[in-house]
Design a protein around this ligand. Structure first.
Ligand code: NZQ
Ligand code: ZN
Length: 387
């Protein structure tokens, strides 16, 4: 078991109607608020009006239009400008992972004098950040309980996971009823994203029995509850369990004491969504079974056996490579069964830029140090197999 140093300082306020606590919570951080949100789903939900009503005593500046795969320019830059110009005390992020991630970069940038890209690209490190409170509306990324934000810079095809302990939200409001309106496409993509977060922690060299059990339960919970959410979008218990499982997915708790895996599928997918602006969870679902097939070997087969037997109930008396192959097929079949397009061509990606993307990934993602090390050629092969 590996050493670890762990703390998540975020307060989670979970359940139906918890938003009523918003004024009391926000009051602790100040009166000048930057309210951030996306393309309008929070208005359709009635959440925008509710927030404005609850915070009628606060002075609110707004940044709207934050896109999926949030962009450095204009969203992060504009948010930082607003915070500085209006002397903002606290950011209230209302939306999915993209709104939260963008708000995290803004929170750090607001307290930094130089070019915010220096922070995102690790040329400089934040000494402070504005507090972030969020109201989550989409179960997927776990951004509400971690200290990372993923920011895209279109002109350089960069999509960088910016991680810094200053970026933990101070409070996350998790009301599953706000996820009732999430589309089938985003529900399925959110499930695939959270499943992959767990897999990225499960497939490693050195894992504990405790973590394995935790991960296997998380994967089963996501598969069962995502199906229920797709069948009945207003199934409160299914939306609630899915939301909480996603929340735990990305802050490291599933892998405390495990060795590092290198998060290879994320390394590959971030380039896909940087180059083609695709939905993150769909990109992961396409890459994951191809990556699994590519890394299956004498060294990795026992992990696949455990995964296949404990997550998918595959007969443990079969030959080990047979179990592993069945487990990989079951992973593919599950994603396909919840409606995810399972080929890159289905999401608008052809072979033309595969070499360029593989090179970008090999140079920037450090996958030569992953659990199953990946060279540029390996990455090219995985991308080609995903077409
Ligand atoms: O923009 P609006 O109108 O709000 O619509 C959004 C958006 O179009 C919509 N939506 C959100 N809540 C809704 C809703 N529609 C109806 N009802 C609701 N209640 O859903 C669409 C997608 O939203 P987005 O925030 O982009 O989705 P998600 O939460 O999956 O976030 C994806 C982003 O997070 C990054 C991804 O790379 C991607 O950029 N990630 C962040 C991580 C983190 N911070 O830890 C880890 C992840 O691995 C991931 O990389
Ligand atoms: Zn992810």
């Amino acid at each position: 078991m590996q050493n670890f140093d762990y703390m998540t300082p975020t307060r989670l306020i979970f359940g139906k109607g918890v938003i009523e606590k918003l004024p009391e919570v926000m009051g602790k951080y100040g009166k000048k608020v930057l309210l951030t949100y996306g393309g309008g789903s929070i208005k359709k939900l009635g959440l925008y009006d509710k927030v404005k009503e609850l915070l009628s005593d606060f002075d609110i500046v707004e940044l709207s239009g934050i896109q999926p795969n949030p962009k450095y320019d204009p969203s992060v830059l504009e948010g930082v400008r607003l915070c500085k110009e209006h002397n903002v005390d606290v950011i209230l992020a209302v939306g999915g992972g993209s709104v939260l991630d963008c708000s995290k970069a803004i929170a750090a940038g607001a307290k930094y004098d130089g070019d915010v890209w220096d922070l995102i690209s690790y040329k400089a490190f934040a000494k402070d950040a504005l507090p972030i409170v969020d109201i989550l509306t989409l179960a997927a990324t776990g951004s509400e309980y971690d200290c990372g934000g993923v920011i895209s810079r279109t002109e350089t095809n960069d999509k960088i996971g910016y991680v810094d302990p200053h970026l933990y939200p101070v409070v996350s409001f998790l009301d599953p009823t706000y996820t009732f309106t999430v589309s089938k496409k985003q529900t399925a993509a959110g499930c695939a994203d959270a499943m992959n977060h767990i897999m990225e922690q499960y497939f490693c060299e050195d894992a504990t029995l405790l973590n394995d059990g935790f991960c296997e339960a998380g994967l089963k919970s996501l598969m069962i509850n995502a199906r229920k959410c797709l069948d009945n979008p207003e199934d409160y218990n299914a939306r609630a369990e899915m939301m909480f499982t996603c929340t735990l997915g990305c802050n490291g708790i599933y892998a405390l004491g495990n060795s590092e895996s290198g998060w290879p599928c994320h390394g590959i997918e971030h380039a896909l969504s940087a180059y083609y602006d695709i939905t993150h969870g769909e990109g992961l679902a396409i890459i994951t079974p191809r990556w699994m097939k590519h890394i299956l070997s004498e060294k990795t087969v026992d992990r696949f056996v455990k995964y296949g037997v404990n997550v998918f109930g595959i007969d443990s008396s079969l030959e080990k490579f047979d179990i592993a192959e069945k487990a990989i097929q079951a992973t593919y079949d599950f994603f396909e069964s919840i409606g995810i397009p399972m080929h890159l061509k289905d999401v608008g990606i052809d072979e033309s830029r595969i070499g360029e993307m593989a090179h970008h990934i090999a140079v920037n993602e450090g996958l030569e140090n992953a659990y199953a090390p990946l060279t540029e050629q390996d990455i090219t092969d995985i991308l080609n197999a995903s077409l």
